[in-house]
Write a protein that binds this ligand. Structure first.
Ligand code: SF4
Length: 474
């Protein structure tokens, strides 16, 4: 158990690496997703152009975020959408519950929403005698398995079709085993279809909210999002406050890169634009639409000029698919809602470094995430910044300096002194040659060398060797 984090990240990693079926499933799925993305962005120069545009749109949105949120609220209210603000996940949960209770609902149908995962909304609703029914196929699978999503786009990516077939046959009464994807989808469809009509409240996420028009955009492939937002009488949309964009013209460039990066699609099967509840004379659509806008630490992230780049994210998930760490350990090892590279920069800022700072260690800083990120987030730079903040008692991120260690500070000061003075450097190199073989047998170096080879120090320094050869080293 990590003393600072309250969860055993190393233990989780060990378990994941030891699970050969999980590794096989991840390798298969991640390779397919990365290949699909590669096939759609064949023109590198064009991709750079497109992501430069998306980066500029997202940066502009963040630079005027308070103003855009005000405009969004005003426009939504004019359109008949009821807007609620929540500073914390607890407030957001209470808001959702109070709407659900006002309508006497004992169940809700839900489309995929990572913000609702961040709120642990399902657990909260269940604790308040409301049944959440997940309708996205991946979310439906993990709800049956009593698990959490392991990927922000493909929640059940850690399971293969055989495992899903076994789960369905065990958990859905009267269901024979099958591992045929079409048959599995049909089983889920049959289970879910009537629930859209029986349940008075539908909940969804929001991919983009347009301040100019008060439009809530929802990107999905299965049609369940459309059913959740149209069949029930009440629709509750939940979004993180960074999801706002200024104009309708900002939507297509983001949508294009979002779908291409996430699933290698030119466009998703469904793209929903919700601008009001059902109007007089319209045959379908909810009678009431609510928008819950959640902060949960995002305002603090926005306040830092470097770290605010975290909020450029459009949640495409491609950084996960290209991360050599995520691809091997999967999402559950990260313990928190957002795994992989985006989780490594977002979660420690939301939860505090002392709680989740250890996530920043799960990166080799190979830069693969930043090369594919459609929002051009310099993820490795932000990871480095958060790692530094973990040691910096004068930092600004919540929980900064939690790893500060006076002994380590003295050691680094000593290292600096030695390397600034050639005489001291020469002396320490000599000493390393003499004491090198002994040191790893005692103190902290003993643990370090348990799984690593002891570095051997040369008997003579380069300067000495050069001198012996009669060459001037000046
Ligand atoms: S950080 Fe970039 S690559 Fe990762 S989910 Fe966000 S937008 Fe996608």
């Amino acid at each position: 158990m990590d003393n600072h984090t309250g969860f055993d990240f190393r233990g989780n990693i060990r378990d994941a690496l030891g699970n050969s079926q999980l590794r096989k499933n991840l390798k298969f799925a991640m390779t397919a997703l990365a290949e699909k993305r590669r096939a759609i962005f064949t023109d590198k120069a064009r991709f750079e152009e497109m992501r430069t545009t998306v980066n500029a749109i997202r940066k502009r949105s963040l630079s005027k975020l308070p103003e855009l949120l005000d405009r969004l609220e005003k426009k939504c209210t004019e359109n008949g959408i009821i807007v609620h603000w929540a500073e914390t996940t607890a407030e957001a949960n209470d808001t959702v519950l109070s709407i659900v209770k006002q309508h006497g609902a004992t169940a809700v149908v839900k489309g995929k929403s990572m913000v609702s995962e961040e709120m642990h909304l399902n657990r909260f609703l269940l604790g308040n005698q409301v049944e959440p029914i997940e309708t996205d196929l991946g979310e439906f699978i993990i709800q049956l398995a009593d698990e959490t999503p392991s990927h922000i786009i493909v929640p059940a990516i850690h399971k293969n079709r055989g495992e899903v077939g076994k789960l369905f046959s065990e958990k859905i009464p009267g269901t024979p085993y099958t591992d045929v994807p079409e048959e599995l989808t049909e089983i889920a469809r049959a289970e879910l279809r009537r629930k859209y009509y029986e349940t008075p409240v539908g909940i969804s996420g929001v991919n983009m909210a347009v301040a100019e028009t008060g439009t809530l955009c929802l990107v999905e492939n299965e049609g369940n999002g459309r059913m959740c937002t149209t069949a029930p009488d009440v629709h509750i949309a939940i979004m993180g406050l960074e999801k706002v964009v200024e104009n309708l013209t900002d939507v297509p460039p983001i949508l294009r890169l979002l779908t291409g990066s996430a699933t290698g699609q030119l466009i998703t099967t469904y793209f929903n634009m919700i601008t009001s509840p059902r109007k007089a004379g319209e045959k379908d659509g909810p009678k009431e639409v609510h928008l819950v806008i959640l902060d949960n630490g995002r305002s603090d992230i926005l306040a830092d000029p470097e770290l605010r780049q975290t909020l450029l994210c459009i949640r495409c998930g491609t950084c996960l698919n290209h991360c050599p760490v995520y691809v091997r350990i999967g999402g559950h090892a990260y313990h928190y809602t957002y795994p992989g590279p985006i989780g490594e920069i977002l979660t420690p800022q939301m939860e505090g470094l002392e709680t989740a700072g250890t996530l920043t260690t799960a990166s080799s800083l190979c830069n693969a995430c930043s090369e594919v990120c459609p929002a051009m987030i310099p993820i490795p730079d932000l990871i480095r910044r958060l790692r530094n903040e973990s040691y910096d008692t004068g930092g600004s991120v919540k929980g900064h300096g939690y790893k500060a260690n006076p002994l380590e500070k003295v050691i680094w000061k000593g290292w600096e002194l030695v390397n600034r003075h050639p005489g001291l450097n020469a002396l320490s190199t000599k000493m390393a040659g003499v004491f090198g073989p002994v040191l790893p047998k005692a103190g902290p170096l003993k643990a370090w060398t348990r799984v690593r080879n002891r570095p051997t120090f040369a008997k003579k320094s380069l300067h000495e060797l050069v001198k012996e050869e009669g060459v001037s080293d000046e």
